[in-house]
Design a protein around this ligand. Structure first.
Ligand code: ZN
Length: 408
């Protein structure tokens, strides 16, 4: 058992002042330091002065296989980016070997993220994810627009899905990703979704990320028309977007992006969680999601294929600034609650909250200049100041173990 004291604890819904937590793998108790010391006399005591303790983040949408990208891919316009992905895919995948993947996973933890939703396109990331300390929902992705190759694409998906099932555990959950309505044939999507239904796993799908996708699926025109003609000799879209969405009606699904979704599509997904990736949307020229549309949403970084970092502190700051019409104080709090408690809940992990019984996954932010000003602030402002002044936690605990110290 360990006892840890922090000046402020964000549970995250409320703030506790000058309290301590007692924990082993799970959080056992929360009280005054002296009370806990008396109650658990054998426990190791850790004092973090000038600190704020909060749950670690869950990042529900990343593409780790593209972690070797820095400036290789082209930004500014979705189709320009997509052509660059096709040109450099092999090179980037080769560069992202096991050590690149392991380094990226460790960096995620150093930034205070201990759970991810990983979209795996090829399965190259399976072993690194399964062996890491992170909690992972491992979305095996299916892609294939050509009706003639549905069986081959499905067989490849199923093989990867089965391999990922070998690693299934409390902290590693195999899942299913359908790439998008423009790239996955209806029959193929249906077959993969049947696997998700029978296995009871979560599903992820990119939907209406770009204006080009909207134009192509509605009218068969726009920049995608040239793209599909060139690569697949395809002259018409394979799916009607609304019919495509109907496939997901009885499967718990994360809908990613949704920037160009229309009214009827929003109606279809109204009870689902929307994944909002503001930096990725911005750098690929896709604009900004209207946050008044989703009833439930979470923030994610997307992959390093469309972001400069997988650091959730960066993403949350960016979210604050790309939505200037939301009052900044309650919005900052909302974002922290979503990135911790709500994101863990949606991914199905027993963490993300500093309450008795939850896993002891938390991060400690240190303020060398002292914490006194923080303690005098209105509660809501503390969330904002924390976001503005933090890019990295001082320590990250995963199931009671201090990961940063362990790495030294
Ligand atoms: Zn994505």
């Amino acid at each position: 058992m360990k006892i840890l004291f922090s000046n402020l604890i964000l549970t995250p819904d409320i703030i506790l002042y000058d309290k301590a937590i007692a924990f082993d793998k799970k959080i056992k108790d929360i009280d005054d330091l002296e009370t806990l010391k008396a109650r658990y006399p054998q426990a190791e005591v850790l004092i973090y002065e000038n600190s704020i303790l909060l749950p670690t983040f869950a990042n529900p949408h990343v593409h780790l296989e593209f972690s070797a990208n820095r400036t290789t891919l082209s930004y500014g316009d979705f189709l320009t980016w997509l052509y660059s992905v096709i040109s450099f895919r092999e090179e980037l995948l080769l560069k992202c070997n096991q050590s690149c993947l392991e380094e990226t996973l460790s960096t995620l933890i150093e930034y205070g993220t201990t759970a991810i939703g990983e979209i795996s396109s090829y399965g190259d990331d399976l072993v690194a994810c399964a062996n890491s300390k992170l909690k992972v929902v491992f979305f095996n992705e299916v892609i294939g627009a050509n009706p003639a190759t549905v069986d081959i694409s499905f067989a490849s998906f199923l093989e990867r899905f089965k391999e990922s099932q070998e690693f299934k555990s409390e902290r590693f959950k195999p899942a299913v990703a359908i790439h998008s309505p423009y790239s996955v044939h209806y029959v193929l999507a249906k077959k993969a979704l049947n696997v998700a239904k029978s296995e009871g796993c979560l599903v992820s799908v990119h939907f209406m990320e770009s204006l080009a996708e909207r134009e192509w699926l509605d009218k068969g025109t726009g920049e995608f028309a040239k793209f599909f003609k060139q690569f697949l000799n395809q002259t018409r879209p394979i799916n009607d977007p609304l019919e495509f969405l109907e496939l997901f009606e009885d499967v718990p699904t994360l809908f990613v992006h949704m920037v160009y979704a229309n009214k009827r599509e929003w109606e279809k997904v109204k009870d689902s969680t929307i994944i909002h990736c503001p930096i990725s949307n911005r750098v690929l020229g896709n604009g900004v999601l209207d946050l008044s549309k989703p009833k439930h949403y979470l923030i994610a970084t997307d992959g390093l294929s469309s972001n400069y970092s997988l650091n959730m502190f960066e993403e949350l700051k960016a979210t604050l600034f790309v939505h200037p019409h939301y009052p900044i104080l309650p919005f900052a709090k909302e974002l922290i609650v979503k990135a911790t408690k709500e994101a863990h809940k949606v991914l199905g992990f027993e963490a993300g909250e500093i309450v008795k019984g939850k896993l002891a996954d938390f991060q400690i932010i240190s303020f060398e200049e002292g914490i006194e000003h923080f303690k005098k602030k209105e509660e809501m402002e503390i969330y904002l100041q924390l976001l503005l002044h933090t890019s990295k936690p001082k320590a990250v605990f995963i199931e009671g173990e201090n990961f940063l110290e362990r790495r030294k």
